[in-house]
Design a protein. Sequence first.
Length: 217
Amino acid sequence: MADTARRHPDVILVEVQPGEGFGFTYLGADHFDYAADHFLLPAAKYASLDPNDPEQRRTIAYDFLWRYFNKPHAKGYFRENVRWIAAAAVREKFTDESKAGTMPRVIVISRKASDGGITIRPGAEYLEHPGYPLAIVIGKPSGGGGQAHFFAKRQDYERVGQSAPTQDVWLPQIVYRLYAETPSVVMGMPKSDKDGEMAVECRALAFGRKAKLVERA
C-alpha cells in the first residue's frame, strides 16, 4: 500500500561509516521543517545566499552534508546539528515529493559503494521487515532519535547481539536478548525503574506496515 499525504519522513537514517551513524525521527511536517530551517536559514545568512532560491538552498544543504561525511568527528558536529543538516538535505532532495504528499517514510543517507559519493534515497528495504533490526537507534521518537547501529545481514546482527556489551555498543545486545523477532527499526532509551534500577525502554517502528515484535520465550 502506497504512503500518501506525507510531507515529512518518519526517520532519516544516516550511515556515515559502515554499520554506524544516526537515526533521526520527525513527528510531523512542522517538526521536520523546523529542524531543516534551524540549519538552513543561519547557514544561508552566513554564506550570503538567498534561502528562497531552491538551487542555493540545495547547494548549502548538500555542501554541509558532504563536509560532515568527510570529517564526521570534526569539532562542531554533534547529534542535533547533524539532525538539522540531514533534514535540510532530505527536504531539498525530495521537494517535489513533499509538495505532492508522497514523501518516503524512511530515507537513507550513506556513501555510494561505487565512487565514495553520498546518496540520499528512499529506504524501501526498511518497509519489508525481514524479522531482525536493520537499524537499532539509541533514543526515542519524541526525542528525535540518536546514535544508530546498522546491520546489513542477520548474521551481522546476531554476531553483535551475542557479544559482550561495551560502553559504545550495548543496545543491540539488549534487543537481541529481549526479542526473537522485530520490525526493521528498534529504538531504545535508558530509564530508571520504580526501584531505582536502570532499565531500557524499547520501541519498534513498523512504518504503517505489518511487522512482528516477538519476545524471546
